[in-house]
Design a protein around this ligand. Sequence first.
Ligand code: GNR
Ligand code: NI
Length: 171
Amino acid sequence: MSKLKILEYPDPRLRRVARPAENVDERERKLVEDMLETMYDARGIGLAATQVDEDVRIVVMDLSDSRDEPRVFINPEILDRSGSQCYEEGCLSVPGFYAEVTRAEQVKVGALDIDGKPYELEADGLLAVCIQHEIDHLDGKMFIDYLSPLKRRMIGKKLRKQQNSREKATA
Ligand code: GNR
Ligand code: NI
């Protein structure tokens, strides 16, 4: 397994729309393993392939406290959504920023598992939030897109500043 680099806003590669996986093979399974390692290392509850510069519709997640219940979604699709909930979201690609986002309270999602087998899942609460957040990444969308343009600009400015000082420190 290897840890991957997580892209940070405003990296334009986070805006790409990912292509569906054509099959679930060794290559896809290796990416899932690497994404899980990367997510656990970064202490995130979810990670989309887009965030590690891979152009394919794959998401990993683990919402358990014990960090030993990995979930894998290949070519995930939201089949049904209902209700609405407001949740304070964060993102590994927007480190240090949190904001309330309104999304569907319940979703039904269809996806392929690690063996390429189709399955469906009905989710609510944080799991539903996370599924919507991750599928957004696959479509080049981020949680800050739901904020006001002013807030988004402020976050962009601060992140660029952080990134610049990190570059100087490693130069
Ligand atoms: O680790 C994460 N926590 C989180 C908290 C609230 C709503 C969504 C998330 S997902 C995020 C990891 C991440 O950036 N996934 O794309
Ligand atoms: Ni995210």
